[in-house]
Design a protein around this ligand. Structure first.
Ligand code: IDP
Ligand code: MG
Length: 140
């Protein structure tokens, strides 16, 4: 089983404001290899199933509206210990708590519009990558 990859999304706020390039540069500079990448506009059902774990929470409806508000960039990223290393690079969910130098510290504008997604486990990385890329083993 391949474990040294994670799945990421550059969220609509960051794409809309021209942060795709700077964020990709940070990802590369941190040593991640972009193994697969696509720009897509999520449909409501896609966003709802991607974030199904948060269904019922007070921020769910707003999150779905935000994630479908414009194009996003979806990626499979390779790195040793990728899930954990990428979560370190993006920083805390709440940008006010994100560490200096992290992607969210630099580019998040709120808890909701926090610029990037990163998988929280190896299992979820495979599930989430599978939402957007078929036969992900081709990229690993
Ligand atoms: P994560 O993206 O750091 O893993 P999760 O708790 O899994 O954070 O939440 C998923 C996404 O939902 C967050 O990245 C953010 O966009 C949004 N979100 C989480 N908590 C809140 C909140 O309290 N208010 C508004 N949006 C939230
Ligand atoms: Mg999460």
């Amino acid at each position: 089983m391949y474990t040294d990859f994670t799945f990421s999304i550059i969220k609509p706020n960051a794409v809309r404001t021209g942060k795709t390039g700077p964020i990709l540069a940070m990802i590369n500079e941190a040593g991640f290899e972009i193994a697969a990448m696509r720009m897509v506009r999520l449909t409501k059902p896609q966003a709802e199933s991607f974030y199904a774990i948060h269904n019922g929470k007070p921020f769910f409806e707003g999150l779905i509206e935000f994630m479908t508000s414009g194009p996003v960039v979806v990626m499979i990223l390779r790195h040793e210990n990728a899930v954990e290393q990428f979560r370190k690079l993006i920083g805390s969910t709440d940008p006010a708590k994100a560490e200096p130098g992290t992607i969210r510290k630099l580019y998040a504008v709120s808890v909701q519009m926090n610029a990037v997604h990163g998988s929280d486990s190896v299992e979820n990385a495979a599930i989430e990558a599978g939402f957007f890329f078929s036969r992900i083993e081709r990229f690993l």
